[in-house]
Ligand binder design. Structure first.
Ligand SMILES: NC(=O)c1ccc[n+]([C@@H]2O[C@H](COP(=O)([O-])OP(=O)(O)OC[C@H]3O[C@@H](n4cnc5c(N)ncnc54)[C@H](OP(=O)(O)O)[C@@H]3O)[C@@H](O)[C@H]2O)c1
Length: 244
């Protein structure tokens, strides 16, 4: 299998990459953390990956996306799975009072992903096979007071994926929207953990099996589907008073 992982040094991406390395996949990793990428390349090689290439890139540098995808294809020759993982959990209060901060967060979590999808969709369509898998979030299901800038960016990507799935279906290209709930990773290191929390390893397993089973929208862990259905069913006159 030939796997492209973008935002490869994320905790969820690393755990997913390890599962693919166990299956002797060929991997190309893109991320901005050079030391983290080098360490991951070594780790995956030791674990049995067929071959591992990598590229250091800040993914908000949209003009470099086309070159990055070309480099990945040069290394892998074709792409069976492209998994987009990068993201950033912003300071909601800072985003609400400063447009530039909000714009930067929407660029990382939303626009950079759409730029990559535009390029990858054309490549996978041309090769007439493959899977585009993107990590969004349950935060995109409904705008909540503590994180609606992050949620709005994730929601934009989820909506984009819904339309793209239909466009690519006749071309044998599958599109998956992966929506994790609360995951214990560097992104959430500052938050207090509780019963609903999951691990990058649990989410990674679900990502790999969902790609195999050609799922469409995946909540991980699965109980988040019920939680978010409940959250979405709360009438607006009640919801606007909720601070969670
Ligand atoms: N953790 C959760 O509770 C949770 C819940 C729902 C969805 N998600 C989503 O899951 C995905 C993975 O997150 P995670 O939990 O694994 O957290 P993580 O370990 O903090 O990963 C976030 C990754 O995004 C990368 N990144 C951020 N901005 C970037 C940029 N401009 N260019 C390149 N890379 C950039 C970070 O790179 P550096 O290593 O260089 O900082 C880091 O590797 C994200 O899309 C996140 O939104 C997470």
């Amino acid at each position: 299998m030939k796997i492209l992982i973008i935002g490869a040094t994320s905790a969820i991406a690393r755990a997913t990459a390890r599962l693919y390395a166990d299956r002797e996949a060929e991997l190309f990793l893109i991320g901005r953390n050079e030391a983290g990428l080098n360490e991951l390349v070594q780790d995956l090689t030791v674990r049995g990956a067929g071959s591992v290439g990598h590229l250091v890139l800040d993914l908000t540098h949209q003009k470099k996306h086309a070159g990055a995808i070309e480099q990945a294809i040069k290394f892998l020759e074709s792409i069976d799975v492209a998994l987009i993982c990068h993201g950033s959990l912003p300071d909601q209060d800072a985003c609400e009072i400063d447009y530039k901060t909000a714009e930067q967060q929407i660029a990382v979590n939303g626009l950079s992903v759409i730029s990559l999808l535009i390029l990858l969709a054309q490549k996978l369509k041309a090769q007439q096979h493959g899977t585009l898998a993107v990590i969004t979030s349950v935060a995109g299901d409904r705008g909540r007071q503590p994180n609606f800038v992050y949620g709005a960016a994730k929601s934009m990507v989820s909506t984009y994926l819904q339309g793209l799935r239909g466009k690519l279906h006749p071309h044998n290209v599958h599109v998956i929207d992966i929506r994790p709930g609360l995951v214990d990773s560097p992104m959430t290191a500052h938050l207090e953990k509780g019963l609903l929390w999951s691990t990058p390893e649990i989410v990674a397993k679900k990502i790999v099996t969902s790609i195999e089973r050609k799922r469409h929208t995946v909540y991980t862990p699965g109980y988040w589907r019920i939680i978010m259905a409940t959250v979405c069913s709360i009438p607006e006159f009640v919801f606007k008073r909720l601070k969670f």
